[in-house]
Write a protein that binds this ligand. Structure first.
Ligand code: ADP
Length: 527
């Protein structure tokens, strides 16, 4: 049998999956297993680098077995990963210096807060803020390179999730690490970089533009390591950073599975989903509804600055061309459905929320604002708290469940509206993937409140599919974009059908509800 299958490792936070695709992008075998989560102290979240590698090998062998294929049937592999989570390891022995510190870890919160309050950052915020006011009057200023930098500086803060913060902690807290870094003996890498290094038995130390852009160390406007971003954590000059390659470049080959398999794609998860949803044109948007919701807009070959504190990032680099995107994250989406199930016992399984919602005509004026940990884009209020408002004696369980699902759509509308303002692009349709996008009520309501078509692909796992597309393009199996559009399969299109007056009235109610939820925890405690 000739080599015609593509293998993908999709490494999330909760688990890792291997998927094998045929030439029409059909799944012929897949295998999933959970990854170990380590919580040494409250707020600390780590993962064992050897566990991640071993489990990736395990699921890959599992997927090959399910597909009844050998490594020699695979033409190439792609690796899509969770972002930012990073590691330092010894270049000579290959031993990790410490565990992966994940993107959710908060151990560096105090350090970050000190940096954000420092004179340098206060001056940046003042200058950026003044410029933003000017830029909101003149669109031209907003698009100049200096303007973009100033706008971004106006709200730039360091956060504990940044890879540079994680590296600083390891250097300060693991005995001997700082000395080794100075001597040039430590390699830095995110999950993708570690896996490539392991798969190539130490032969390749590289990442791609999508992953590096998520670390918070790389400036997408200047396409370079950013002195401004690296400065606050003062990483030693000897620390070895990975080479940055094109998203579907060549990352060496692995013989771990019994035959040489070239690694032809390394990509960050949300960027992979954007590609897997065929959002190839500037202005196309995907919405991944999982535990949280990640909304990403392709902004074409220009990185755009955001006045609304959305995140400009590199989407991918392919054939010498860089594509950029703008991202907004909603922290509580599918997790609010889990809350209904696990904390309130209102539903037995997440999918029950669909029937509950269809059973009632409306929420009877009830709104749920799932601000369990505050509100992210575009409100940025860490003191907001979860709120249920508008209850009457007639309110039913189904209405509360429906209001929770509706809140996911309203939050998407908030972010999309901010994106439209920032980019000047009107969003006409949205591609929705992720586990919660299996919910027909949610996607219909999303189409209604956004007044756009919402399209759902057959494969809700758009991340793995995106990595497969990149890989197949790299090997020449698929021509970009025509072949990808040909093999991409849409499950259903949800057309907007809500009258404008209803939409406006409902959304106005949401805004009032958000207003009540804001700043709730920002009070002095009572005696
Ligand atoms: P992640 O990749 O973040 O782990 P998934 O894409 O697997 O998330 O989606 C799981 C999330 O989606 C869970 O929070 C779950 O509550 C929610 N979810 C799954 N199916 C449905 C459904 N049919 N309706 C509403 N929410 C759902």
């Amino acid at each position: 049998m000739s080599r015609k299958y593509i293998l993908v490792n999709d490494v999330g936070t909760t688990g890792t999956r291997a998927v094998i695709y045929d030439t029409d992008a059909n799944v012929v075998g897949d295998c999933y297993t959970e990854l170990e989560q380590i919580f040494p102290r409250p707020g600390w979240t780590e993962q064992d680098p050897l566990d991640i590698y071993d489990k990736c090998v395990e699921v890959t062998l599992g997927a090959l077995e399910k597909a009844k294929l050998e490594a020699s049937d695979i033409s190439a592999m792609g690796i899509a990963t969770q972002r930012t989570t990073s590691l330092l390891w010894d270049r000579k022995t290959g031993e990790p210096v410490y565990n992966f510190i994940t993107w959710q870890d908060t151990r560096m919160s105090d350090v970050c807060e000190r940096i954000n309050r420092s004179g340098l950052f206060r001056a940046l915020h003042l200058a950026g803020g003044a410029f933003q006011r000017l830029a909101s009057v003149s669109g031209g200023l907003k698009r100049s390179p200096l303007g973009k930098l100033l706008i971004t500086a106006g709200h730039f803060t360091v956060t504990p999730g940044m890879s540079s913060a994680q590296a600083r902690w390891v250097l300060d807290n693991v005995e001997g690490a700082a000395g080794k870094a100075e001597a040039g003996d430590l390699l830095f890498g995110t999950v993708d970089t570690w896996l490539v290094w392991k798969y190539t038995r130490g032969g390749v130390h590289a990442t791609d533009f999508s992953n590096i852009s998520a670390t918070g160390m790389y400036d997408p406007f200047g396409m370079r390591w950013s002195p401004l971003l690296l400065k606050p954590f003062e990483l030693p000059g000897g620390l070895v950073f990975p080479e940055i390659r094109e998203t579907n470049g060549y990352f060496g080959s692995t013989d771990v599975f019994g035959a040489e398999i070239p690694i032809r794609c390394v990509v960050a998860d949300q960027q992979a989903a954007l590609f897997g949803e065929t959002c190839f044109e500037a202005g196309s948007v995907k919405c991944t509804n999982g535990t949280g919701t990640f909304i990403d807009m392709n902004t074409g070959d220009e990185p755009l600055a955001s006045i609304n504190k959305l995140t400009p990032m590199i989407a991918w680099k392919m054939d010498g061309r860089t594509t950029y995107m703008m991202e907004g994250i909603i922290s509580s989406a599918g997790s609010s459905i889990q809350f209904l199930r696990d904390n309130l016992g209102l539903i037995e399984k997440a999918s029950d929320s669909e029937d509950c919602s269809f059973r009632c005509d409306d929420t009877g004026g009830v709104y749920v604002v799932p601000a369990f940990t505050g509100l992210t884009a575009p409100y940025w209020d860490p003191y907001a708290r979860g709120t249920v408002i508008g209850l009457t004696r007639g309110t039913t369980r189904d209405q509360v469940v429906r209001a929770t699902l509706e809140s996911i759509a309203y939050q998407c509308k908030d972010v999309v509206a901010a994106m439209e303002l920032d980019t000047g692009i009107e969003v006409k349709d949205i591609k929705a993937d992720g586990g919660a996008s299996g919910n027909n009520f949610l996607l219909q309501f999303l189409a209604d409140v956004l007044d756009t078509v919402v399209e759902r692909p057959e494969a809700l796992e758009a991340t793995a599919l995106g990595a497969a597309y990149f890989t197949g393009i790299a090997t020449g199996q698929w021509k970009y974009p025509d072949d990808i559009v040909r093999v991409h399969r849409v499950d259903r299109r949800f057309e907007p059908r809500m009258p404008a007056s209803t939409r406006d009235a409902l959304y106005a109610g949401w805004k009032r509800a958000v207003d009540r939820a804001r700043r709730w925890a920002d009070v002095e405690p009572c005696d």
